[in-house]
Design a protein around this ligand. Structure first.
Ligand SMILES: Nc1ncnc2c1ncn2[C@@H]1O[C@H](COP(=O)(O)OP(=O)(O)OP(=O)(O)O)[C@@H](O)[C@H]1O
Ligand SMILES: [Mg+2]
Length: 373
């Protein structure tokens, strides 16, 4: 089942507002749907209530619908309703379109250049004609907006608190890049509880249908926020510097992720390299270590050299790719973009052997296995 967004209304009166929800799990006789919400407000339905589920927003025109009965309310792992499974469910939700590739960009150590890489990678892919959304999920020290010189009124903290929908906070950057701003300086967001993280992930899944790629700046380290994104994404890009503390921490992140089930779709970028050969050696050692000790296959996407234009661009709050289109760092980022999404591909597909599942399928697994915490 691919289209998991649903619209929910109480059967009692058609004048009732329509709430949004998502199917989290399907079983033989039951469905688990996310706690329905509308403009940040949730609605509580009790066991026994009859609900109408619709495949699209009825306010936008007629929509296929089915009736279900609420069996149970649940709070864990995310607030949800268990409802009866209608026989016509498959027809209601049939939607053959594949979802976006969801790529998390992370590092073990902070300050290695994740945001520099992800912002310019997103721009390179948007410029090449892909529909890209860049999500700043570095929830303690978000700064994608600073690098792109956008001054958003709202950010992910408003989505997490339920005040805004993702579509309402998304802003447009250069080349039609969609940017979902993070919540800078909001330390309380650095450790989301399961309710908040669940809400964030389900709302991110909304972007899957309208984009080819979702790139997520997850921030650094081994916090739950980082590792949960690392596990939920289709693919991950680990960014490191050539220095041993950075590569060791990157290895530590891979180790934790692999223990929790991340086995495929792992890419590596070496940033701030003095030369391609230095980067190549670092990458080779990293790949061999991951293979030998973790049994993981890591795909080397390329390197970005140490380049003064990176800092100049940051100081000007102009993205490198826009302001210094000819710099060596820009050319390197373009090569990395090409390695991640080969230009000749009409429909982007993973370049490493990751099983193709929608972001939402992964989320369902996380919820089902209690991975979100
Ligand atoms: N290729 C490069 N050449 C020169 N300087 C660089 C390069 N990449 C990054 N830097 C410098 O490193 C700093 C940190 O980069 P960036 O903010 O992208 O790292 P980060 O990994 O996102 O950090 P954090 O973990 O704090 O989010 C930048 O301000 C920039 O000055
Ligand atoms: Mg950063």
């Amino acid at each position: 089942m691919q289209n998991h967004a649903i619209w929910v209304q109480s059967r009692v009166s058609k004048k009732q507002p329509v709430y949004q929800s998502r199917i989290l799990l399907t079983d033989t006789d039951t469905l688990v749907i996310a706690q329905p919400y509308r403009q940040g407000r949730i609605v509580v339905y009790n066991a026994g209530a009859t609900l109408i589920l619709r495949a699209s927003d009825p306010e936008q025109g007629p929509a296929a619908e089915v009736a279900v009965k609420v069996l149970e309310r649940r709070l864990k792992p995310v607030p949800s309703l268990v409802v009866t499974r209608p026989p016509e469910l498959d027809d209601l939700l049939a939607d053959p379109r594949p979802g976006a590739r969801v790529v998390a960009v992370s590092s073990g150590k902070g300050g290695v250049g994740k945001t520099t890489v992800v912002v310019n990678l997103a721009l390179a892919l948007a410029q090449a004609g892909h529909r890209v959304a860049l999500i700043d999920a570095d929830l303690g020290t978000a700064n994608v907006d600073v690098m792109l010189k956008i001054d958003p009124l709202f950010n992910l903290s408003h989505v997490i608190s339920g005040d805004k929908d993702l579509q309402e906070i998304m802003v447009e950057g250069p080349y039609g890049l969609h940017v979902v701003p993070g919540g800078s300086g909001l330390q309380e967001l650095a450790n989301l509880n399961e309710w908040q993280f669940g809400r964030l992930l389900t709302s991110l899944a909304e972007l899957e249908k309208s984009h080819d790629l979702l790139l997520i700046d997850t921030g650094a380290g081994l916090s739950k926020n980082v590792t949960n994104f690392f596990l939920a994404a289709d693919e991950v890009v680990v960014v490191t510097n050539p220095e041993p503390p950075a590569t060791l921490d990157a290895y530590g992140l891979l180790k934790v992720a692999s223990e929790q089930g991340r086995k495929h779709g792992i890419h590596l970028v070496v940033n701030r390299a003095e030369s391609p050969s230095e980067a190549g050696m670092v990458a080779q050692k990293f790949i061999e270590t991951a293979q030998k000790f973790l049994d993981l296959r890591v795909n080397y996407l390329g390197h970005v050299p140490t380049d003064p234009t990176v800092l100049q661009a940051i100081k000007k709050q102009q993205p490198l790719l826009v302001h210094f289109p000819q710099s060596v760092a820009t050319s390197s980022v373009r090569r990395i973009a090409q390695a991640l999404v080969p230009q000749e591909e009409a429909v982007p597909a993973p370049s490493v052997s990751a099983p193709r599942r929608s972001f939402f399928d992964r989320l369902r697994n996380l919820f089902a296995n209690g991975g979100v915490a």
